[in-house]
Every structure is written in C-alpha cells, then in structure tokens.
Design a protein around this ligand. Structure first.
Ligand SMILES: O=P(O)(O)O[C@H]1O[C@H](CO)[C@@H](O)[C@H]1O
Ligand SMILES: O=c1cc[nH]c(=O)[nH]1
Length: 285
C-alpha cells in the first residue's frame, strides 16, 4: 500500500493532524460545520455534555452529546480554500492510519452538514428562509486541480453559465447527498447555490472597487438552463460537495438567508434565523 510522506500528511508532534489539530478520537462521524468560529459555541451550547474543545487558527472544534447523539461541530472560516483543508484533514482522520501512513482498506463515510449564512438571488427566496442546496455551482478554481466525476447534466449547467457570464474558465457543478437531504432538509426550500470566490465583486457588490461586469447580479438572477435557476450565493458549498464526492462522504449545505440582493434587504433578525436552523439540524441528525 502507498506510503504517504511526512510532507504530504503533516502530523503535529502531539499526533494531531496539521491544521485541524485533532486526533481521530476527537471527532464523531456526524459533523456540523460553520463558517464563523463564534458560531461553534452557539451550536454546542445546546449539547448536554462537551468532551472535546480544540482550537487552531479559524478551526475551532467542539465534540459532545446532544440527546444521546455524539456530534462534532467545527468552524472553517470563509472560502473554498479552507474547505479543501477541512475535508482532506477530516478524511485523513478517519481513513488514513497515522502510524503506517497508509490508507485504510475499509473506508468510513462521514455525514457533514454545513450551517451557513447566504444571500438570496430571487424575490421568491425570502429573508429568514432556510434553504437546502440541492445543487452547487463553484465559480472558484478548486476543481481545476482535482479529478472529479460530473454528470452530463452538471456539465451542461456549467457550460451554459460560463457562456452566459463570458468568463474564461468553466465553473463546476455538484449535487448534495440525497440521504442527508431527505433526513434533514425535507421541508426546506430547495436551492441551486452559487459558490463565489469572494463576498464583494464576485457577488456583484460595489463599495469602492468597480465591477468588470456591471450586469453580473442581473445575469445571476436571470440565468436559466432547462428548469435550473440560481437561488442564492455564498462562499463554500461547491467546495464541500465536490470534496465530498471525491472522498466519498455525505455532505449537505444548509443556508440561513440573511440578505436579499434583489430587494436590497438584510435581515434584522439574522442571529435568530441561524439559531432556528441550528436547532432544526440538531433535532434531525
Ligand atoms: O456564515 P458562513 O458560514 O460564514 O457563510 C457565509 O458567510 C460568509 C460571508 O459573510 C461566507 O463564509 C459565506 O459562505
Ligand atoms: O450575501 C451574502 C450573505 C451571506 N454570505 C454571503 O456570502 N453572501
């Protein structure tokens, strides 16, 4: 079996994986992820007991019990570059033997559920709603570097979006875990989520830096391909779905809609919308 060198899988002197600072026994096979490090405690405050608290950079981890279920919650910070690190290191914790530095024969499939905030691209996706990303489209470059299988439908959506946006690279499209959609998101708005490599120009926001494409938001809002239209955007979902497919984990991204870019509103109860989503997820996983 192939040996993974010290420079590829970096293990800290205390045996933990490089960025997450975790040992295999620190995590559950059901993991809630959040962007904001302060949101970790907003999840774990509902736990009956917390057994692990670990922090390194933006990756804060709490593992404990909610009504008898062992759960882990981890913060990731913002952007798909952090999701590349998170997903590879979580996978290493369960599927690579740190002693022999070889991949285990029997693979563990993690259940990973993102609870994040997001902006709406349609009037029909109102502030305060909970939206489950059935599809994700990545406008970042992460999948330029991995081998990933995509269906003809996924390819055709991204070809059409590339043409519509007039950009020099092809975005990528990956779907959610059907198992987690059914278990956790059965009554949530179904969404087609655009993952952007930034919060400002890539989401059509202008403060002082001007946009190359002044019709970007309009193009996102009006993009149609068969039954497909974009409902919302954020900055991580496509990274999760693609890495989940590559590494064989179930992944679901849930979005608390806190901004509507078409009606120009921002929720005045954003924290409540997120807290409600946290409780819904804790009850269902
Ligand atoms: O609320 P989180 O989970 O951080 O998610 C969204 O909020 C951040 C931008 O404000 C980005 O990370 C975006 O994906
Ligand atoms: O508009 C928004 C709101 C939250 N997160 C985003 O990335 N965009």
């Amino acid at each position: 079996m192939a040996f993974i060198p010290e420079s590829e899988l970096i293990i800290n002197p205390n045996g933990t994986v490089y960025h997450l600072n975790l040992l295999p026994e620190h995590i559950s096979d059901t993991i809630i992820t959040v962007g904001d490090p302060e949101r970790v405690a907003k999840v774990s405050r509902h736990f009956d007991e917390i057994e692990v608290v670990v922090a390194k950079r933006e990756f804060i981890t709490h593992t404990g019990y909610y009504k008898g279920k062992r759960l882990t919650v981890i913060s990731t910070g913002m952007g798909t570059d952090n999701i590349d690190i998170l997903m590879n290191e979580l996978d290493a914790l369960v599927n690579i033997d740190f002693q022999s530095r070889t991949v285990n024969e029997e693979k563990i499939k993690l259940n990973i559920i993102r609870i994040g905030t997001s902006g709406s691209l349609q009037e029909t996706v109102p502030l305060g709603s909970h939206l489950a990303s059935h599809y994700s489209i990545g406008l970042d470059s992460l999948m330029e570097f991995y081998q990933i299988e995509q269906s003809e439908e996924e390819h055709s959506i991204t070809r059409a979006l590339q043409q519509e946006l007039g950009i020099g690279f092809k975005p990528y499209c990956v779907t959610a875990s059907p198992h987690l959609l059914e278990k956790v998101a059965f009554d949530m708005l179904p969404g087609y989520t655009l993952t952007c490599p930034g919060f400002y120009a890539p989401q059509g926001r202008v403060l002082r830096g001007g946009l190359r494409n002044e019709r970007l938001l309009h193009t996102y809002q009006n993009f149609r391909h068969n039954d497909f239209m974009l409902t919302n955007f954020e900055m991580e979902t496509a990274g999760y779905y693609s890495m989940g497919r590559i590494l064989g984990h179930n992944v679901l991204s849930l979005n608390a809609i806190v901004a509507n870019r078409i009606t120009h509103q921002f929720a005045d109860n954003a924290e409540q919308v997120i807290d409600d989503l946290i409780l819904k997820v804790l009850e269902r996983i």
